[in-house]
Design a protein around this ligand. Structure first.
Ligand code: SF4
Ligand code: SF4
Length: 344
């Protein structure tokens, strides 16, 4: 089906930060489980995506993990050690660290250093604000010293849109953090990759990634002398806080229809779950971060809820993947993954 980037515009700004707790109680999970999405299976395991916990310095409206400053869940030292063992035993080449703010986990730096010693590429999904928080002044230098790839959220290059989604003052601080990263060489030195993430602020699918990347690059350079490598456009998933907003506004059916009307089967070949597994802060394993939030465990073994330690001797290739209607969020239009569009 044709990709339509302007299918509808329904502002959600009436329901922002004040109401996030109410919104997270409105759960789309029961609506997503029964699905006509086609079966999927894993190809090879290349990336381990690890959620280090739900503690975050921000509380964004689109957050699919409902992270925030009051969350207490953090990955323990013991589970961090299991992650390192899993990387080594399975010869995994990429470690993708998420949260919350992954840098707020007390074991973050040790995990990064040890994963890099295994020659694993490490991605830090960074909200930028954390680089300006007290106690994190040297974080940027640490990331640069270890050549960690930074993937940072900047939901729009326009101040108004960023603040609608993330809160007041976030735009100026994001710009300051990006300038700090550029000064360290990020986005300029070929060994220091800085990628940005765009999420729509409404019911639209993201626009074409390449065109939006050009706009971001031009405007951020002209206005602030900022450089970065790639822009990743990511479709909002109808789960967690965003799913709660859809239900509260009576827009759930409408959003699902947009995802399904724009279904593109070509994206089935490259959806991220085919080459990735996602680990929660306790060490339990899922087919992706979204399934983790929906508490849909990995299907690949006979265990009802497999843990990292159960998978050390398992070969996950060709094993089935747990699917639901939210999977249409990955296949709509140009497709969507933690690495951006699938076919841009
Ligand atoms: S910064 Fe990321 S993890 Fe934190 S609340 Fe926002 S979207 Fe969620
Ligand atoms: S939500 Fe996306 S990544 Fe997760 S299982 Fe479905 S298709 Fe795969």
């Amino acid at each position: 089906m044709a990709y339509n980037a302007s299918v509808s515009f329904v502002p959600l700004s009436g329901l922002f930060l004040k109401s996030v707790n109410i919104l997270t109680m409105l759960d789309t999970r029961p609506l997503l489980l029964e699905t006509d999405f086609p079966p999927l299976s894993r190809t090879s395991l290349e990336t381990l995506q690890v959620n280090l916990g739900y503690l975050c310095n921000l509380s964004c409206t689109h957050c699919h993990v409902n992270a925030g400053p009051k969350r207490k869940e953090l990955m323990s030292r013991e589970v961090v050690d299991m992650v390192l063992e899993f990387l080594e035993v399975k010869n995994i080449r990429q470690l993708d660290l998420t949260g919350g703010a992954p840098e707020m986990n007390p074991h973050f730096r040790d995990l990064v250093v040890k994963a890099r010693a295994l020659d694993v590429e490490v991605i830090d999904r960074c909200n930028l604000m954390i680089l300006l928080e007290s106690g994190y002044e040297d974080l940027g230098q640490f990331l640069a010293d270890n050549q960690v790839v930074i993937t940072a959220s900047l939901p729009c290059y326009l101040e108004e849109n960023v603040e609608k989604q993330r809160g007041k003052g976030i735009y100026d601080s994001s710009i300051e953090a990006l300038q700090k990263l550029n000064a360290l060489g990020y986005g300029r030195d070929p060994h220091l990759q800085l990628n940005l993430v765009y999420n729509p602020i409404d019911l639209n699918l993201p626009p074409a990634q390449a065109g939006l990347e050009s706009d971001y690059k031009r405007i951020l350079k002209e206005k602030f002398d900022i450089d970065f490598n790639q822009l990743y456009t990511i479709t909002n998933m109808p789960i967690s806080r965003f799913g709660g907003m859809l239900l509260a506004k009576g827009l759930y059916e409408k959003y699902m229809a947009i995802l399904k009307d724009n279904y593109s089967p070509a994206n089935l070949e490259t959806v991220m779950c085919r080459s990735l597994v996602s680990v929660d802060y306790l060490g339990f394993v899922y087919d992706c971060d979204f399934n983790q939030m929906l508490n849909m465990p990995l299907l690949a073994t006979s265990k009802p809820k497999p843990h990292l330690k159960d998978l050390l001797d398992e070969n996950l290739e060709n094993r089935p993947i747990a699917i639901g209607d939210h999977c249409y969020g990955c296949t709509a239009g140009q497709g969507s993954s933690c690495g951006g569009a699938l076919n841009d």
